[in-house]
Design a protein around this ligand. Structure first.
Ligand code: N01
Length: 525
């Protein structure tokens, strides 16, 4: 909250109200915090994290709906450099994850670098000075040598395009904007959607509501969640014997990593999981008609595989009704389905997901020659290593295009990207480079390679419609390989992938000596 203590001396101010920094990070989720921690550890202290909400945590602050928990094991879904010995469960609940993030903020001294309630309106690259100007909704301005976007892939909730949605008079809210003031005890509640959020919400609210109408458009594939409480003795062992905790994390890592073989290399292997998942439906659901409605008609893995032990049992409850007829219209106190039936409800929960794959820049971003990122991404969002975008120098995205995972912890990808970005920022600051801009041909080659690999994956061959892909069928969200492969690719900055422009406007020549010295300088600081 004390930006003035982080500013450069006043002669560096570009105007009365513009704060000048080395780095501005947007977003305080796992990505933004990781970048901040890495900068601090590298001795770069002139940075701010601008957060539009009134607290840190990103998706883990917003998604506080009943039953919210992680579907990746917490010992892996946490920073490798900030292990936590006392996770209460194998799959931590939302509050515990948010507390962990707050603990990290304090432990690494990030609090003074975070400015809350700062919604970024736009960012503009000034080619003359090689800096980004960042404008915040309240009129404040920041200028920085480097801009890091940590706004996340799942931060823009989507309300469905259903006629009449605006006329509904009861309570209505998105799963990521849960209205905790609404008491759903005894009420008739509609949940629209059956994705990762809905399957956590339904079992959590079913015992409280009078009646729950669950509107399913496409059945998800669900596997049992291998979850359990972690007892005090195990937590004690992890605390006093850190190598065992490390081994536990590694075991989870490699187990998850094996999934890539079925998702991206040989999708035929998915049949094994499919058989198991079908058996899980039969075992968990009593009514054969309900079993049929819950059995998906696409290959498992094409959409995100969900994990739950209590979703199917919740559907066996007398007060829970699965509606699969399709929604025609929302009226002032009901939902009308395509079979003409009117479902009277007091409230509607939209568990309808996020805008992820479509090429949307998180706010107005203008790169070289005033080019808009949304124009550069007109066809599809793409970047080099999910991080840098040709024509947008000194801009780094964490959780950028094609860095999502269907099989493991996003934090692995975030750490790789933050490490890579740090190398780029070091190059800028240490060698006093005006800007670095990824070469378009390098970005194109990289993307055609990953698109070719994705073409063979279950995400594009599994016969489903999913948020992983754009409406034209291009996957812009997922990384098609092992996480260690991504880590290797981002381990060293390859200077030849970039155009380096010096402060005098001349291009830095990247000969062998220069490459080696830049790579060493970037990697070692
Ligand atoms: O969203 P989703 P989510 N009429 O897009 C349906 C992460 N996450 O919030 O399948 C009727 O998966 C839509 O139907 P269909 C995780 O990465 C993580 O649940 O498109 N239905 C679908 O059923 C996850 O993948 C955790 O036919 C409509 C649902 O809404 C991502 O967030 C926990 C509709 C949307 O499902 C998103 O999950 C929770 C319409 N007009 C979430 N429009 C962890 O534990 C949409 N739907 C880490």
């Amino acid at each position: 909250m004390v930006a003035h203590t982080l500013e450069r001396p006043s002669q560096n101010r570009t105007s009365q109200s513009t704060k000048v920094l080395d780095v501005v990070i947007i977003g305080s989720g796992f990505a933004g915090l990781c970048m901040g921690i890495r900068l601090k550890q590298a001795g770069i202290h002139s940075f701010l994290i601008l957060e539009k909400g009134n607290g840190i945590g990103g998706t883990w602050r917003d998604n506080d709906y009943p039953g919210a928990a992680c579907d990746v094991q917490s010992h892996l879904y946490s920073y490798s450099f900030a292990p936590k010995s006392d996770w209460s469960r194998l799959f931590g609940p939302q509050k515990e994850i948010l507390n962990y993030m707050n603990d990290c903020v304090d432990k690494f001294g990030l609090r003074p670098h975070i400015l809350l309630n700062q919604e970024v309106d736009g960012a503009f690259f000034d080619e003359r000075t090689g800096t980004w100007e960042i404008a915040v909704a309240d009129g404040e301005k920041f200028r920085a040598r480097a801009l890091v976007g940590g706004t996340g892939g799942l931060s823009r909730p989507v309300l469905p395009d259903i006629p009449g949605i605006e006329v509904f008079r009861g309570a209505k809210f998105h799963s990521a904007r849960w209205d905790h003031s609404f008491d759903l005890s005894g009420k008739t509640v509609a949940v629209i959607g059956t994705g990762a959020s809905a399957i956590q919400i339904v079992p959590a609210i079913a015992p409280k509501v009078g009646r729950l109408e669950l509107f399913q458009r496409t059945a998800p594939w669900i596997l049992p969640k291998p979850d359990a409480a972690i007892g005090g003795s195990v937590r004690g062992i992890f605390r006093f014997l850190p190598p065992l905790r490390w081994l536990f994390r590694k075991a989870i890592y490699w187990l998850n990593e094996l999934g890539v073989i079925a998702f991206a290399i040989n999708p035929k292997l998915m049949k094994i999981f499919e058989k198991f998942a079908k058996g899980f439906i039969v075992k968990s659901v009593k009514d054969p008609a309900l079993q049929a409605k819950l059995t998906p008609n696409y290959t498992i893995g094409c959409k995100r595989i969900l994990l739950s032990n209590d979703y199917y049992p919740a559907l066996n409850r007398e007060n829970v009704h699965l509606v699969t007829e399709g929604i025609r219209e929302i009226k002032k106190d009901s939902i009308l389905t395509k079979d003409g039936k009117e479902h009277k409800v007091d409230a509607i929960v939209f568990a309808t997901g996020f805008q992820a794959a479509e090429a949307v820049s998180p706010f107005e971003i203008r790169g070289k020659n005033g080019q808009l990122l949304s124009d550069a991404w007109k066809e599809a969002a793409e970047a080099y290593l999910g991080t840098t975008i040709a024509g947008f120098p000194n801009f780094f995205m964490i959780v950028g295009p094609n860095t999502g995972l269907g099989h493991s912890s996003m934090i692995l990808m975030i750490e790789s990207q933050a490490q890579y970005t740090l190398q780029c920022i070091r190059s800028l600051l240490k060698k006093d480079i005006k800007y670095l801009d990824v070469r378009k041909e390098i970005q194109d080659k990289y993307n055609s390679e990953i698109q070719e690999r994705l073409g063979r994956s279950v995400w594009l061959t599994g016969g489903c419609v999913s948020w992983y892909n754009t409406s034209s069928g291009r996957n812009t969200t997922l990384w098609p390989g092992f996480t260690f492969e991504f880590k290797a690719k981002t381990f060293f900055l390859r200077p030849s992938d970039y155009e380096f422009v010096r402060m005098d406007g001349k291009k830095e020549k990247i000969g062998l000596g220069s490459r080696v010295s830049m790579a060493l300088n970037a990697a070692l600081g």
